[in-house]
Design a protein around this ligand. Structure first.
Ligand code: AKB
Length: 313
């Protein structure tokens, strides 16, 4: 491989698994992990790692030059719950990180960029079921506002400067290697830890709040899939679906494996965020454009999570 890949935010929930998968495909030495903090042992040990502060453009430039990076996956973001608590910090980090990378790509330093969007771009006025790719997009959260602005900036840099940037609107992501932090969909990971440790869980969302979700392996395949696809004529941030469930439906699926598991509900401010998001999304554009297809269903995901966590906690 003559061009190398940089993952910024490699210690996070998606970054960790993305690094490992990309190293499997492209070779350990061709995939550079970077973050402001140390990550998972496997990530740190299996290939190059750089401490990197995404807000420092000169440091990013140095890492790009040192490793002759041509592709960047920018996996840094302050998620929905933390963003509501710190709007300015979230806006600055979510936007400045993107600007730094888009500017370096505009100057030709980087050839291809992945930037993650989210179902949070949708808002209370958006159709909730099978939410179309193009629809009413008026987010009501700080995080959603930053993701929508980010999509618009990616489109602008693509149109005006020819930057090759690719995006997915991730649903809630479920994984066991690294925990998520500060998201509204985090309950769907926390519940597994509590199911194993205490056989009970108190959920911060209402029992019937349905949200689109996805197992991490599918999210990683989609992320790499959209980067490997031929370039589209214009920038698109793709809707991506796998399965949707409510806390009650997830608890029922866990009870099939752990019959004594119980759940109760104490909705807090996170419920206000969740109720503005879609219940399911129409991902036919991703299916048609680059062959997206989810492989893991709800029951398989539950079994894999329980097995995976059984060995780690
Ligand atoms: C969050 O809950 O904030 C994230 C997301 C849906 O982007 N997981």
């Amino acid at each position: 491989m003559d061009s190398k890949i940089l993952i910024i935010g490699s210690s996070g929930q998606i970054g960790t698994e993305l690094v490992l998968k990309l190293r499997e495909i492209y070779g350990n030495e061709n995939v550079v992990a970077s973050d402001i903090r140390k990550g998972n042992y496997e990530v740190m040990e299996s290939g190059p790692f750089e401490f990197l502060d995404i807000t420092n453009k000169n440091d990013i430039k140095e890492v790009l030059e040192k490793h002759q990076i041509k592709e960047v996956y920018l996996m840094v973001a302050i998620l929905s719950v933390i963003a509501e608590e710190n709007p300015q910090m979230a806006w600055e980090l979510n936007m400045n990180s993107l600007f730094n990378i888009l500017d370096l790509a505009k100057n030709g330093t980087i050839e291809k960029v992945f930037w993650p969007s989210s179902i949070a771009v949708f808002g209370p006025d958006t159709p909730k079921n099978n939410t179309p790719q193009d629809t009413i997009i008026k987010p009501s959260t700080v995080y959603g506002i930053s993701k929508l602005a980010g999509e618009n900036w990616c489109a602008y840099y693509s149109r005006k400067y020819g930057v090759d940037v690719r995006s997915i609107r991730y649903p809630g992501l479920i994984s066991y290697k690294t925990t998520p932090g500060g998201g509204t969909t985090d309950y769907a990971v926390e519940i597994f830890y509590e199911a194993i440790k205490r056989k009970s869980y108190t959920c911060f969302l209402d029992e019937d709040t349905v949200l689109p979700m996805m197992y991490m392996d599918d999210a990683i395949n989609a992320t790499i899939g959209v980067m490997q696809a031929p370039r589209m004529s214009s920038y698109i941030s793709y809707n991506l679906g796998a399965f949707s469930f409510s806390p009650k439906e997830l608890a029922n699926a866990i009870q099939k494996q752990i019959p004594e598991f119980t759940i109760n509900y104490k909705p807090d401010s996170r419920q206000e965020i969740a109720k503005t998001w879609p219940r399911s999304v129409d991902d036919s554009k991703a299916r048609n454009d680059w062959g997206w297809e989810a492989k893991t269903d709800l029951d398989q995901m539950v079994i894999t999570m329980l097995q995976g966590l059984h060995y780690t906690i």
